[in-house]
Design a binder for this molecule. Sequence first.
Ligand code: SF4
Length: 275
Amino acid sequence: MSNLCQPGGGASCGACCGLYNFRDHSRAAITRVLGRHTERLRDVPRTPEAFRAAARAIAAEEQPPAFVDVRVCPLLGFLDDGPEGRVGCLGHPLHNGGVDLRDCGVYDARTCQSFECPSFLWLSAAEAEWIRAACPDWYLYGLVVTDVAFVRAIERLVERALGERLDAARLLARPEALRASRRLFALKEAGAEGARGDALFGQFGAPPEGAVSTEPVLRTIDYAALGARAAPEDEVVLCLSCAPRRLEELEAARQQVRDAIAGLVAALSANEHIA
Ligand code: SF4
């Protein structure tokens, strides 16, 4: 598996450092958070004492996390000094002329060095490359590459429509299919925008009131309360941080997914006729 965290081509990820762990994890809100971290750490002397003190000060000003069990690292920022570049660790030795300051964040350097999220295990190299090529920016890339359930649910819907297995390598060869993939993946960004203020992250939500565990829980759709029946698009709908309160909201979310899947299927089919 290639480097999922910093794969190049404009993509980069910092999800395991708590990048999206805010009730408002819209692009604008997260850009502000990372901009503040970057600015506050820019001129701090590259010594553990100074960096640790600055990291503590940043953490003290941070918004409360959406999920208390997921840490938010104050060292996460813009490696290229602005939101057009990569996100990553501002304490990493590659960013500090060889000085390793990662122990000043919420994890220690050994943990940071060795950690690989479940996507390393579950995504094939072709799937990872598909996501990287379709999401050449840090915000959307991180949302998608860490949500294997979303990617797999999309693949199932596309395969159902095509009537055959989807080969991610086949998508990579078709620019229009990559553009359609981006439109489909971007539903996650729109979902994050729509869920602002709620403790929702993709399929996950806050534990019920009074629960012993504070860990995020997998959400389901309450079909009985909505007067609805299950539909093939529902797994993707949940991954969009969507929590429909009325049947019309559920139907609208499903239709968005159907339209985006149809766009990708059409792009794949059109290219096949030309080839
Ligand atoms: S969430 Fe996964 S891909 Fe993203 S930075 Fe962490 S380990 Fe890398």
